[in-house]
Design a protein around this ligand. Structure first.
Ligand SMILES: Cc1ncc(COP(=O)(O)O)c(C=O)c1O
Length: 409
């Protein structure tokens, strides 16, 4: 008899986006004449930039000639890409990360989820509330939690509420975790963390032998030079932090798929007898056993992001999305909404009016303005009463959506 992994039975039904999809399909079927504007799921809309596309094509062509054809590549990623990442994303900013500490993958979603596998089930995990739902769900899948309680929290997880009162930046937990998920710029609140804020976490992790799992999927949206783009800008972080980065939002790779995880050799975790082990070594063991590398043309395209032309073109796309975010912030503020985020981040976090629930606001915006956003409560209980708008739409749609929302009853 085949037995299932019963931890999966603890998962709450209906991941956020399928439920949004269901409601939108139902609305579209009943209103075929209405043009729906989608600002819900955080997917990009602008195409790959020309320099990246050219490199992608060249990579494909190389696969068509025996002399340049490539079969399996290194599981960790081609040296040319890891070197480009180390030099441009880190060393150029004075951060000493060698190419050897970079492991290329097909997405930060997989990496932030799969990383759980190399840490034992007895680890206590600290997670912000609200946050990207993958951290909590994969914590459950890997057997580190009890069941889900009536308040929406899984037993055994340390939740760190991010509220209007604390500026959506969590306080240090009162109970000591082993692993701490942090996400900056934050999905969904669009909050960024200052150097002081991150220093607080790094010091805490060092003092308590924790590891910080730092998801920097949106670092490219940070334009304020005072805000760290990498956790490794903080002194001592190389001993206690793993950083996840992705080309998805940085360079429009959501459908092309390429990301990387940085694990400095210094990061250690312990066995039950207290012996230290290299986390990078364990992750590489997992990665090379279960993953056969990102395709060569995709890695070639990703490396082109770091060429001078690639950088310039990608920055223009980021600026386009940030301008969308500015337009949305201004429009929503003008009609009396309290708005957060959307400055160094592609998400605008809006407080509903009159204490309306997130899902009620979702239905209202869908039915009256035919605009799709994301209910804040879908990112965790503390997101109730909030709504996330994504700035990844096309400009015309952003302008039209804001015009329609201004006319809500
Ligand atoms: C915080 C965060 N991390 C990771 C991801 C996934 O990135 P990828 O496309 O590289 O899997 C997302 C996607 O929306 C995200 O919001």
């Amino acid at each position: 008899m085949a037995l299932i992994n019963e931890h999966y039975l603890k998962l709450q039904a209906g991941y956020l986006f399928p439920e949004i999809g269901r409601r939108v399909s139902e609305f579209a079927a009943a209103n075929p004449d209405k043009k729906i504007i989608r600002m819900g799921i955080g997917d990009v809309t602008q195409p790959l930039v020309p320099t990246v596309l050219k490199a992608f094509h060249e990579g494909v062509d190389e696969q068509g000639t025996a002399a340049t054809f490539k079969g399996y590549g290194p599981e960790q990623g081609y040296e040319f890409l890891r070197k480009a990442i180390a030099e441009n994303a880190y060393q150029a900013n004075g951060i000493d990360i060698p190419a050897d500490d970079i492991i290329v993958s097909d997405g930060s979603k997989c990496d932030t989820g799969n990383i759980q596998e190399i840490f034992g089930a007895d680890n206590k995990i600290a997670i912000c509330d609200p946050v990207y739902p993958v951290y909590a769900d994969t914590t459950v899948m890997s057997g580190k939690t009890g069941t889900c309680q009536a308040n929406g929290y899984y037993e055994g997880v340390i939740y760190m509420p991010c509220t209007e009162e604390n500026g959506f930046t969590p306080e240090l937990p009162t109970e000591r975790p082993d692993l701490i998920f942090l996400c900056y710029p934050n999905n969904p609140t669009g909050t960024v963390a200052s150097k002081e804020e991150l220093t607080k976490w790094v010091n805490y992790a060092r003092e308590n032998k924790c590891i910080i799992l730092f998801d920097a999927a949106y670092e490219a949206f940070i334009t304020d030079p005072a805000i760290p783009r990498s956790i490794y800008e903080i002194e001592g972080a190389k001993d206690v932090a793993i950083e996840f980065r992705s080309f998805s939002k940085t360079a429009g790779f959501t459908g092309t798929r390429c990301a990387f995880t940085v694990i400095p050799e210094e990061v250690k975790a312990y066995d039950s007898e207290g012996n230290a082990h290299s986390v990078k070594k364990l992750w590489l063991r997992r990665h090379s056993t279960k993953f056969n590398g990102v395709s060569y043309p995709v890695q070639k395209a990703a490396a082109a992001v770091y060429t001078p032309e690639g950088k310039k073109e990608v920055e223009e796309v980021i600026a386009y999305y940030l301008e969308n975010a500015r337009i949305m912030r201004e429009a929503l503020k003008e009609i009396g909404y309290t708005v957060y985020g959307g400055v160094n981040a592609p998400y605008v976090w809006v407080k509903t009016k009159g204490g309306m629930s997130s899902w009620d606001f979702f239905d209202k915006v869908l039915n009256e303005a035919n605009v799709v956003g994301t209910p804040g409560s879908g990112f965790g209980p503390a997101g109730e009463g909030y709504f996330r708008f994504s700035a990844f739409a096309g400009r015309d749609n952003v302008l039209e959506a804001m015009e329609r929302i201004k006319n809500l009853s």
